[in-house]
Design a protein around this ligand. Structure first.
Ligand SMILES: NC(=O)c1ccc[n+]([C@@H]2O[C@H](COP(=O)([O-])OP(=O)(O)OC[C@H]3O[C@@H](n4cnc5c(N)ncnc54)[C@H](OP(=O)(O)O)[C@@H]3O)[C@@H](O)[C@H]2O)c1
Length: 327
């Protein structure tokens, strides 16, 4: 397992980050503990969650995933785990039950700390923009959490390049702690959210880039075919995968299969290997319902694609790896 610096910070995170959105949604609590244990044993020190995971699953409030991680964390050396969570989504009733106001952030951080059963969060991320709150208010509240020692580093998610750049500017202007990472939806079939602009901001400003849904929710495992959607998969019985079920989607899967055959790697491993080969990517955030699924992702550790494979994937997806920088 390679450990990489999160942007320009001195914090070192494993090249795979374990996502936890599936905990008590599409996996049981027992499976969640097994996945956490196996990930830890394999050298993954970086865990991503959010306060809202997974309120959408029947019978769940938000906070379930944090609670499970908190229980697990008690069995591990806290200082060796890099724990990332998020704030922004609705967590309680009323007009301040969501958002990035000072009021919501400070209350939500306390609630996350309680569920995580720890006294600090390593990486506290804004989950998505709040257009009702001035950036300065959000950044001041986050800066206070850093100053108080409850949070170590700050990150953003689902911010476009211009908003991320503006946030860096506001932090700089007021001498506040800044975002050191960005978490975009980024995989071979969803490149334009990160490339070229977000990747260029990260490269130029020294931010870590941690892609979520690196397998396009499971499509890039190759188990979805032109004929069928697996019944036990997230995409079954809904239109979640419809946007990938086209010539480009199946073309990418086919190319990954062919490239992987030469190297004894699966479609899933090649899809993760692609992200691991991009110089602006720090660590893809993987999702696994079971240890068996996790083993698939662990097979991508250390995998780096060759230039001719990267070029072939550029051609199929119609995107060139060109950040438009320094030329
Ligand atoms: N910031 C945000 O807004 C945001 C949004 C989404 C996610 N995230 C983060 O990113 C993490 C990962 O997101 P994601 O779950 O969408 O990632 P993903 O890697 O694109 O998809 C993971 C899914 O692929 C399938 N899969 C994984 N390994 C497999 C294997 N070996 N064989 C067959 N199927 C396999 C599983 O779903 P099935 O078994 O159902 O097919 C699994 O849940 C989340 O846990 C969360 O931490 C953040």
């Amino acid at each position: 397992m390679e450990y990489r610096k999160l942007g320009r910070t001195g914090l070192k995170v494993s090249e795979l980050c374990l996502g936890t959105m599936t905990f008590r949604w599409t996996s049981t609590e027992a499976q969640a503990h097994q996945v956490l244990n196996r990930a830890w044993e394999a050298g993954i020190n970086f865990i991503d969650t959010a306060d809202i995971y997974s309120f959408w699953a029947e019978g769940n409030d938000g906070g379930v995933a944090e609670q499970i991680i908190g229980d697990w964390l008690k069995t591990k050396p806290r200082e060796q785990v890099v724990l990332a969570t998020k704030v922004r989504g609705r967590m309680w009733e009323g007009p301040n039950g969501e958002g990035l106001s000072r009021q919501h952030i400070l209350a939500a951080a306390e609630a996350s700390l309680r569920r995580l059963q720890t006294d600090y969060i390593d990486l506290y991320q804004v989950h998505y923009p709040d257009w009702d709150t001035p950036l300065e208010e959000t950044l001041r509240a986050l800066d206070d959490l850093v100053t108080s020692g409850k949070v170590r580093y700050l990150g953003a998610s689902n911010y476009r390049a211009w908003l991320l750049m503006k946030s860096l500017w506001v932090s700089d202007q007021h001498n506040l702690a800044r975002f050191d990472s960005i978490q975009p939806h980024y995989n071979l079939l969803n490149r334009d959210e990160a490339e070229p602009d977000l990747a260029a901001v990260c490269t130029d400003q020294g931010l870590g880039l941690i892609p979520y849904s690196p397998l396009a929710g499971g499509f890039l495992t190759g188990k979805y075919t032109r004929e069928s959607v697996p019944e036990d998969a997230r995409g079954y019985g809904n239109d979640r995968m419809a946007r990938y079920m086209n010539e480009v989607g199946f073309g990418v899967v086919e190319a990954l299969r062919e490239m992987g055959e030469e190297r004894g790697k699966s479609v899933l491993q090649m899809a993760l290997g692609w992200l691991l080969s991009l110089p602006w990517v720090t660590a893809p955030i993987i999702g696994a319902n079971s240890v068996e699924q996790l083993e698939g992702a662990l097979g991508a550790v250390g995998l780096r694609l060759q230039e001719h494979d990267l070029a072939r994937l550029d051609e199929i997806t119609g995107v060139k790896r060109d950040l438009g920088m320094y030329n």
